[in-house]
Every structure is written in C-alpha cells, then in structure tokens.
Design a protein around this ligand. Sequence first.
Ligand code: ZN
Length: 444
Amino acid sequence: MEPGRDAVESVVLPGFHDSHLHLRAAAAARLSVDLSAVSTVPALLESLRTGAGDLEGRWIRGWGWDESTLQERRAPTVAEIDSVTASRPCALHHRTGKLVILNSAARRVLARSAQTPVPLDEVVRADAAFLRDMPRQPEGTLESALADLSRELAAAGVTSVTDATATNTWDDIQHLRDWVRRGVVRQRVNALVAFDQVSSTGGLRGDSASDDGVRVLGAKVAAPADGIAERVRHVRGCGWPVAIHATEPDEIEAALTAISECGPPAWGRDRIEHLGLPLPGHLERIRDAGIAVTTNPAFLSERGQKYRESLSPVEQDWLYPVRSVLAHGIPLAAASDRPVTAATPLSTMADAVHRRPRSGEGEPLSRHERVAPDEALALVTDRAQVDGPALDRGRGRGAAWPDLHLSADLVVLSEDPRLLSEECEVLGTFVGGRAIWGGEDPAE
Ligand SMILES: [Zn+2]
C-alpha cells in the first residue's frame, strides 16, 4: 500500500528504539556549556566565558568541541582556555567523548590529587587514569538532567534504549536499574558493560532481567585496533557476546578476526558498533559470523563536510553502509549515539533515506547506500532485531520477536512517518501499555 496523507489521521506503530546511546554522558552534557554549535575558536571561547557564569563555584565543563567543525581546524589551546576561565578548573570534552582538554587550574588540582601523573599533552584521552579523580556531577543534579533527557526521548517516541557506554561497571548498571525503577528514566533500558566487568566467577548472565530491570546485552569493547583481540578473548572466555566499537577499517578487521578466532558466544549476539568504513569483503564476514550492526545515519547529515575533506572518493563510497548491510541479511539498527548527536528516530529515518545535510544542500554521501522510507523505519523499531536475547543464528529478519512484553510498547504519530515530513508529530508514547508521553506529560 502506498503511504498516503489523506488515508489516515494518526498512525500507531511499535515504539522506537535507540540502539546505542550514553545516558549518563548525555545527561552530563546537558549540564555543561554546549560547544557543539560554534564554528570558530574565538566563538568557542566566548561561549565558554558566558556559559561558565551560570555554574559559578564549580568546575567548568564544556562539551561538544570538534576541531573538524571549527574554521581553524584545531582544538583550542590551554592558554586560550585559561584566558576565559581564570582560576576555575575547566574540562572540555570532545564531541566524540574520546578526548578532553584541561585548563591549567584543572591540571594543578589533578596533579595534587591524582595517583598517576598528569601528562604534558594539551589534549588527553578521556579514558586516561588520572581523569578518574575529576569530580563527577553531583548525583541529584545529574538525576534531574537525566529525567529531562528521558522526557525528551519519550517526546520523540523512544520506548527503549541501549546504553552502550564502554566504562559501565556493575555499579553503573545498578544506578540504571534504580533510575528505571523510580521512573527517572521512562524507557526500557538495555545496557552493555565494560569488558573487564565480565568474569567467569561473577556468575551473572546478562540477558535476563525483571520487567523493571535493565537487560545486559553483552560486553562493550572499545580499544585501539591492536587491543581488540585480547579483550574479545577475555569476554568470550566467559561465553559472553561482545559489542565492539569499530569505525575504522583496521578496527573492523581486528573485530572480525577476533570474533572468528573465538567462535560464537554461549548466548546473545555479537555486535559491531558504528561500522564507519568497512572494506570490500567485510560485510560477507559479518554476515557469516552472525554479527549485528548498529549504524549512525545522523553522522552523514552532520559530518558531511568533514568526510568530504578527509576521505578519498572511494572511501566516501564505503562510508556508513546501510543498504548493502541490509542486502547481506545482516541485522541492522540505527542509533543516535547521544550525546554525540541529538538525532531522533524520525530525523534518523530521514538521514538514512537522504544521506545529506538536513538543509537539503549538497549531494548524498554514497548515494547507492540510501534506503527506502520503509526500510529506514525498520532501523528505528524492533524490527531491527539487534538487541534481542539469543536469536537462532540464520533466522531471517522478520522472524517472531521473542519478547512478548514489547508488544505493548507503542508510539502514536500524527501521520505516516514514511512520508518523512517535518510536520510529523509524536502524539503519544506507551511502554508496557502505560503512557510515558502524550496529552499532558504524565510526570507533571
Ligand atoms: Zn557511543
């Protein structure tokens, strides 16, 4: 049936799923100075100067700088940051979450308290040990930001999410459970745990959880290419599935080699996160190993300029494949990667179809990877089937979803989302038959 504007007044669909995001980081980003929209270093410093005023007395945190979107094509220097932050400690988080710049005051504070020395580099890796001594956001403040985030997701029709944070400990999972139980987070929550949280003596198998719980889908591996194999071996030694951060060709190659050497997991399903630049032959190996993929169509609409500048035309052709992944029969789901993007399921659908900036300007990136609106819809609903409990290998897309409670997770839209209209509104969102969004906000 052709979707038609006249045919329907509102549309009821299975609830939307965001298959890879970071709840705590996305909440923390809401409490930070937003640097993601500035286009020059002076504008970044000005945002920091004005934004920091609201957070007097605390560490200044900035989030979202990205040298590739700044005219100068470089990070701000420590001296520049010092010039607007004076004696207050300040940490600026890169948009990818992987890098941090500290000002001189923050370096002095951490040099006094940290167990490990503060490196001399101006830009440091976010997983550097000395950064663990940086104060976290106060739990209460974080919680209200998390509630706002969850409400925003509900308003976008999201009924379930997967927290893919590579540093998740069992403590963090317990926090997630608590937030879900108390209704701070309204969505169903799946999560991955850090690879080193998995042990054969732990006795905890992930994929079982009560209705108000958090379902643990596997272990997240995020490492440089040459560190992937060792981590996958550790996780697989306990029978667990892995979700491997693999954007670049060498990371994808390392992920596939490691998984094929270890054989299949005892339960669940392996995933590759992002799959930015697979080389010819990679998709066949992903299919043969029964691996699912999560992809980020918003990167194509938001980073087109960066990709055009940094990749050859041939590489641009391979970038973030969608159509060819589906053609290989590989389970594929789309994700916002919040806070990296603020994509909604509806904007994600449009990005998967158009593969160009949302302004409509410019040529699509790898036009042959565009998909039809109906296929894009499947990427943001449970039809994607990447997060399910163990599914039989080789069962095709469209097989029965084994988790019956999800059948009462619904979204009501003002029109057929396959029309890709910007006017499409989310009228109601239901989890387990209970409204989490729509009419009057149930939390108010
Ligand atoms: Zn991520």
